[in-house]
Each structure stands twice: as structure tokens, then as C-alpha cells.
Design a protein around this ligand. Sequence first.
Ligand code: G6P
Length: 622
Amino acid sequence: MCGIIGILLQKKGLLSKPLGTAIKECLKNLEYRGYDSVGFAILSDNGLIIRKSKGKIDDVVSKLSFDEFDGVCGIGHTRWATHGRPSDTNAHPHTDCTGKVAVIHNGIIENYLEIKDLLIRRGHVFKSETDTEVIAHLIEEYKKLGFSPYDAFKKAASLLKGSYALSALDLDDAGKIFFARNTSPLIIGLTDKAKFLSSDIPAFLEYSRNIIVVQDDEVGYLSNDSVVIEKLVDKSYEFDKNPATAEVVNYASRIRYIDWSPEMARKGGYPHYMLKEIHEQPQAVSNTLISLMNELGDVIKLLSKAERVLIVGSGTSYHASFIGSLLLNELANIKSHAIISSEMRWFVNGVNSEDVVIAVSQSGETIDTLLAVREVKKRGALTLALTNIIDSALARESHLAMYTRAGPEIGVAATKTYTTQVVSLALIAVKLAEYLRTVPESKLSELSTELRELPNTLSSVISASEPKARALSSIVGTKHSMYFLGRGLGLPTSMEGALKLKEISYIHAESYPAGESKHGPIALVDDGFPVAFTILGDEVDMIFSNVEEMRARGAWTLAVMPKGFERISKHFNYVFELNRVAYELAPAVYIAPYQLLAYYTAISRGFDPDKPRNLAKTVTVV
Ligand code: G6P
């Protein structure tokens, strides 16, 4: 959604660059969260400096002159609009009537209209259409009532309903950065010289790897000599004159060391994060397999007793969930269904304590997935998180957490986090099959060998597919619409291929079960209409009749399929012929040509694949 950053230095110049420059660079690392406007506030020797504008950072860098401003304390924001269109006025930070308080926010304040009406009646004048601005005026109002700046901030936070990660500077208590969180992510980074506050770890990875994840209903501040965190209790949401009630939190045991290197979050010579992250997949898969291999004991026992395993996720994570559910059925004979997180509420009546629910989310913060977990927990189901972010909300709220080890993913379109999710779920299915003895030894041994080989296989497939995808992008880039068809595990792989193409190249792309395509989609097919078929191996003969149906209507056909099926591959206009992989593991490898095709098609059409319009990497609104 939006990205926020706060930096507090022990003294000026400690980062060897002006504070404004450091804020700009941290915001660049957060731009994947939203990029329609940008702004910052710095407490300088001349008071509170605020600069903000509509537009991406690179486009407004000279207008905002980040590099000209220095100080010891500053906050910055990159926006993905929810309330109020992108404009200079709606960009954050937002200020109160006195201009002493500056607030940045990620999330949605659900009761902002109510608060705004009350404040207008008390004489406050609003400048923007945002929900955020009410927070600055609320702080001002409580200061007028005699509260200290921090107590006013705390009280303001206690009145807010909805999701927020927020941060504020107040000239009346210069040298502190206030913060509060409910639902939207917020991380503190610590070093000897400086303290950071951010929506995500990569923002400050260059400076700090010691982090504290701020939890729901926590408020606090960073100052020169301390980090104070308190937990709000008994939130009444009433505009009254009582101070907010909060308990001091001892966070010492919550300080974590993150083994991500700053290089992992930089482009490392690639033109875009997405391309870098596609190439990082073999390493990410290898890291994930190594770390999970020894950690699954409890998970396997828990799943083996489940009456049913539901797997929930959104977007790309849903596609991984779909693959996971098919594998649990197929390999471990466990009843399993994948459900889109935002649809869970319509399934929840049938959920009970015999069910285990796996929630899949790279960020661990997607609100639809979090809400699904809360709902099923109420029904007694055990929950298991599969996420890439340590201590994320999903990891904390689930009964058990497992981590993919993809490292930071900056490109908005998920690539390496997807492959690591697929591999994690495949590993679980294989281990369960072993535990429950649901497949023959010979098959188990084939799958175990291939799992170990997966990073190498993926690496060769990426290298072999890249030049072909680049060449093919000039054809696909001219099309207006495209189908992606598959059967079995090829279907979620096709769904992910279609999603990648539409997300970043803005070509309408639709996925369908191949066998179902004759019941409607085929009506659109005429000369040159592009249809991609995902063929993983087992289903090759079954799918061929669907290929023929499309070809008979003039379709331009593409296949992603294994080598060695010339009798079939010769019928396509274009083929990615890939190394053979066991059918059950092929989804983790056969997605690569589609990722590369989407990437190069976006480039051929002149779009930035890292920042697709209207999309955000982490979606914390329902
Ligand atoms: C957004 C992102 C997608 C992602 C989805 C779920 O829509 O743009 O790339 O797949 O959220 O995110 P999660 O963090 O839950 O995997």
C-alpha cells in the first residue's frame, strides 16, 4: 500500500550523507509499496521542513530537493492512494493547523469521517481529502487539552479504528519520532549510530540488520537514548479527556538479527528487480529446502491428523496454495482445498477443529489472509503460516509458522517467493506421503532426488528460456488478449503465467482449465489469437485434443512442455521445451518461461515491470 520511513541519528552527518538523501534512498527501497506520490519531513535547525509531491521519486527528485536538507530526525512516505486521488496536497506528510505536527501513515482509518466532523466542529481546517490528516489534527487537539506531545499522539492512536502504521514528528518535542501500529507492518531497525522505522526491512538494510517488529496496538517513540514501546489497552475509541491507557513493553527478547544482506535488496547489475529475482530463484529454492528439510517434524504430525487441510492465499500465493492442495490430495491422500483468502468467509461455516488451515503469504501482512486465519481460528481450526517474513502478523497469529527463504523481494510481481512457496508445499506433501506411506518407495525416492536437484534444474531452465522469451515477447507484445490453458497442476501454473503477463504488460490474459475451454472461451478464438498450453508431462495426451480444437479455429499456439514429445510439440507455433521434471515438482520449474515472457513483454511495450500501475506489493486493505 504505502511505505513509511523514519530515521533518527545520534548526531548530524553520521550516515555520511544529508538526512534528506538517506530518506530518499530508503524510500526508493520502499517504492514497490506504492509510488503515486512522495514526501518527507525533517526537523532541521530552521524548524520543520516539509516537501511533498505527486509522482514517483525519480520524477520529482529535483522538485523536492531531498539532498539539500539535513538534520537528525526525519520521516518519509511513498503513497498508494486510497482516500483522495494522487495530488500534491494529498501526498504525505500531513500537518495540523499549527504546522508543528507532521504525520505519515500506511493503512486506512475507518472512523476518520466521524473524527473529522468532530474536529471541524472544534475549528480545525483540513487541507487534504485523506483519512491521515485527522491524526495530525487530533494530536493538536489533545495538546490544546494539556496533553504532552507523546501523550497526545498516544491518545490519538487509541481513537483510530482500522489499519495503520503511522509515524509523526512534533516540533514541541523535537528529537523524537513517534510511531504506532495496528495491522499494517512496521519495523524498527537499530544501530549504534541511528534508529530506523519502516514498513519493511529492505528500506534500511544498508544500515541495520537488528530489527524489532512492532506489534498490533503498540505505540512508542525513538529518541536519541531510547526506544520506548507501549501496548495500548482498553481502547475506548471515545473522544474524551482521559489519557490513553498503555503498558510498557519489554521488547529485549524481540530483537532479531536478519541474515539478509544489503546486496540482496539491490539490483546487483540487473536492469530491474524482477529480472534479478527471477534469476535468484535457484538459490532461493535451495535455501528454502535446506532450512525446511529439518523443521517439518511438527508440521507433518499436525497435518497427518487433519480431517481436511484448507490452504488460503491471495494473488500469486493463491496459485501456490492451489498447487499445494492438489499435491496433498494426490501424494498424501489428504482431503485438501485451496480457497482465495477474501472468499474464506463464505466457506467458514463448514470449518471445525478437525481442519488444519495453511495460510500462504509472502508478506505475512495481506489483510484478506489475516482475516481468513482469524475466522478459522474462531471455529477451532489449527493454523499454519507459510510466509517469507519473520515475525510477520500472519506468523504471529497462526499456531505454527514456517518460513520460505527467498530473501527480500522488491518487484511487485511475485516470482521467487512464489517458487519457494510451491517448493515448500511440495516438500510437505512428499514428507507426508512418506510418513503416511501413501506412495511406493520407488516414487518417494524419485521425488526426493528430484527435490534435491530442483535448484540446478531451475537454473538450466531459466538460462535456456531467457533468449526464447525475449524473442517471443515481440509477438506477444502485439496481442490484446491471451489464453493460458492447463490441466491438473498445469492449471495453477497457467493461472500464474496469465497473472504475471496481465500484471506487468497490461495485456488481457485469462487462464482456464484446458478441458473447460470448449465451454465458452473458445468463442473468442480466431486467426492469430494466442493460446499458451502448460503441459507438465502426465497430462500430455489428454490435453492434445484441446490444442487441436484451438488450432482448428486459427489460434496461435505456444507450449511450455517437457522435451521428448516431438509428436506433439511439432504442432505448436512456438515451444519452450524444458528438462523433464517429475510431474509433481514441475510447477516449481515450468513457471520460469512465463515469468520471463511477462518480463520481456512488459519491456517491449515500454512498461516498468517493477512498478505496475494500480498494484501494490502488500495489500493491507480489504
Ligand atoms: C498483491 C501483490 C501480489 C501478491 C498478493 C498476495 O496483490 O501484488 O504479488 O501475490 O498481494 O500477497 P502476499 O504477501 O499475501 O503473498
